[in-house]
Design a protein around this ligand. Structure first.
Ligand SMILES: *Cc1c(COP(=O)(O)O)cnc(C)c1O
Length: 430
């Protein structure tokens, strides 16, 4: 048989993980709205429970619609497997869970989604885990923060909220030197603009809530494994390399090789943490991904135009968009993110907090929403909303000071987005 040609991104986003339904011929992947699945016989059931055979038992663990989505995202990210879960925040816990024991830490970028800063600086402490925040532009500082108890390095590709780009190959080099997995949150770039695994990441996490679904309908998350990390090279990852009591002493890495992390995510993570994606959500996200490349092209094109327009506006102090030639990150963007700098960025007004609040309140087409990656243009004043739980120092470190607005540029007619911003800025300054 002739060697099959690898399909392009646009084909994979439509066909990856999904064949016509074997039971009915349905061309679109059906929503398998079923909690349980009938075993062929007792032997079949036993094989499934012992992880000797892959199949469907119960939808907390696996579901055919969710499986199709998992395979599609893994394909687009060049991963070996993926586990979907109920939200992006669930995905972050699901990524760390197999790696971390009580007393372990993760070295994380100080530029992260506000909710992730909160999850990492407060909530994970209850598990006996610690996050160490470091400026990832300084790769020496990453290495310096690593100690014997570090189990992972974590960053975002295009970092929230300012659209700051991470130099993933440089960070991956450090992770490789210290022998730790690099986890990249690729939510804001999507696999269309950035392929973290190709740049050296071990794991990729997503909030599928955002661009992958693309229309603000369902929350979801995903963890993709590259299959490239040797979990048994040290004794640091006992959940993957040592016997698992709940499976008669099975060793995940020894038994499943490259699939160890993914199977652990399903067989232990979803089984016991229960942060499962439902098949309806998987269906919406599959539909969204079918048009990902088209939407991202328009998102990026519109973002570039809006950023250029804002940059020229007299009331605007600064536009933090790496697609602008004036950006200190422009060269990095051209090199690592050549298809575009994303559609999420922040800008600061010359006037402070009150002007930003008035601006947001006077917008008509653009919505004031704590979300991003929607077809609709969304704006948020981070200091009074998503980042209000943070201290002022943390706000500034995350690029969310009082005069800063974050915009997620949608795919509407770009002249309409600009006209709306123009009238709202005018009213805010009155
Ligand atoms: C939204 C978001 C999250 C959290 O995802 P949820 O689906 O809201 O739980 C994590 N990281 C980034 C970059 C995000 O934008």
């Amino acid at each position: 048989m002739a060697e099959t040609r690898k399909h392009g991104f646009e084909s994979l986003q439509i066909h990856g993980g999904a064949l016509p339904d074997s039971a009915t011929g349905a061309r679109q992947t059906p929503i398998y709205q079923s909690t349980g699945f009938v075993f062929k016989d007792v032997e079949h059931a036993a094989a499934l429970f012992d992880l000797k055979e892959v199949g469907y038992i119960y939808s907390r663990l696996t579901n055919p619609t969710v499986s199709a989505l998992q395979e599609r995202i893994a394909t687009l990210e060049d991963g070996i497997g993926a586990v979907c879960c109920s939200s992006g925040h669930a995905a972050q816990i699901m990524a760390l869970f197999p790696l971390m024991q009580v007393g372990n830490n993760v070295v994380v970028s100080s530029r992260l989604y506000g909710g992730t800063v909160t999850q990492f600086s407060h909530t994970i402490k209850r598990f006996g885990w610690e996050a160490r925040f470091v400026d990832f532009d300084d790769v020496d500082a990453i290495a310096a923060a690593v100690d014997e108890d570090t189990r992972a390095i974590f960053c975002e590709s295009i970092a929230n909220p300012a659209g700051h780009l991470t130099d993933i190959p440089s960070v991956a080099k450090v992770a490789n030197q210290v022998g730790l997995p690099l986890i990249v949150d690729n939510t804001t770039a999507t696999p269309y603009l950035c392929n973290p695994i190709e740049m050296g990441a071990t794991l990729v996490v997503h909030s599928t809530t955002k661009y992958l679904t693309g229309n603000g309908t369902v929350t979801g998350g995903c963890v993709v494994d590259s299959g490239k990390f040797d979990w048994s090279a040290t004794k640091k990852f006992p959940s993957l390399s040592e016997p698992e009591d709940a499976y008669h002493g099975l060793k995940f890495h020894e038994t499943f090789g490259q699939f160890a992390f993914t199977l652990h995510g399903i067989a232990v993570g979803l089984r016991d943490l229960g942060m499962t994606m439902n098949p309806q959500a998987a269906h919406y996200t599959m539909l969204g991904i079918e048009t990902l490349s088209l939407r991202m092209q328009r998102h990026v094109e519109n973002a570039q135009a809006v950023a250029e327009w804002l940059q020229e506006h007299l009331a605007v102090e600064n536009v933090s968009y790496s697609g602008l030639q004036s950006s200190s990150q422009y060269a990095l963007q051209q090199k690592l993110y050549p298809k575009g700098a994303g559609a999420l960025f922040s800008f600061s007004m010359k006037d402070g907090y009150d002007t930003c609040v008035r601006l947001v309140e006077n917008l008509e087409l653009v919505s004031h929403v704590a979300n991003l990656g929607d077809a609709k243009t969304l704006i948020i004043h981070s200091a009074s909303t998503t980042h209000r739980q943070l201290t002022e120092d943390q706000q500034s470190a995350a690029g969310a000071g009082p005069n800063v607005l974050r915009i997620s540029v949608g795919i509407e007619t770009v002249e309409d987005i600009i006209a709306d911003l123009e009238q709202a800025i005018e009213k805010a300054l009155m």
